[in-house]
Each structure stands twice: as C-alpha cells, then as structure tokens.
Design a protein around this ligand. Structure first.
Ligand SMILES: [Zn+2]
Length: 102
C-alpha cells in the first residue's frame, strides 16, 4: 500500500463535522478501485489511482441522482475543477440556509 494511500485512509476527516472517516473498500469497478465513506449525509471516495479524497455530495436517495453520478464519471479526470465547483455549490447552499434562518 503506498504511503499516501495509507495516509488518506487514516487521516481523512469529514468536511462537515471534522470527525475521522471510516473507509470501506469498493472494488466493484475493477478499472477504478476505490474506497468509500459516508458521514453527515455526505459521500466521500478515495480513488486508488489518484489517492485523492473526493467529496461526492449528498447521499443520494433517488435513482435519478445515481444516474447523474454515472454520467459525471468521465469528467473525473478534471478533478480540481470539479472540486472547486463542489465547494462553491456547498458555499451557495450554506448561504441559502443562512438566509432561510433570518
Ligand atoms: Zn461528519
């Protein structure tokens, strides 16, 4: 196991509550082996090739969301951009929630 993967598996925190994530191996797709985790209604994944923790968004409840994820899959090479988008979306959500509370 590469040191960086070991590090990612033992030292990754939930971006919402800051607790340590527990990872489960997911080798269903042998071309893209990964580790997956869930916390605070949020999906996380570590792709073994890139050893990068990816926040996948809210835990999907409906089939529609699952399908969207599959459509997005080919774009995963563009991870920094996708991460930035996810972060700005999250910020937008937080702003919306703050406004609701007012
Ligand atoms: Zn959490």
């Amino acid at each position: 196991m590469p040191t960086s993967l070991h590090y990612a598996l033992t030292d990754s925190q939930c971006s919402i509550c800051g607790r340590q994530l527990e990872w489960k191996a997911d080798f269903d797709n042998i071309n893209q082996p990964k580790y997956v985790s869930q916390h605070c209604n949020q999906n996380y994944a570590i792709h073994i090739e890139t050893v990068k923790v990816v926040t996948l968004g809210k835990v999907s409840k409906g089939k529609q969301e699952e399908q969207q994820e599959k459509v997005m899959a080919p774009m995963e090479q563009d991870e920094p951009k996708a991460l930035k988008m996810a972060e700005s979306m999250k910020r937008q959500q937080q702003q919306d929630e703050e406004e609701k509370q007012r």
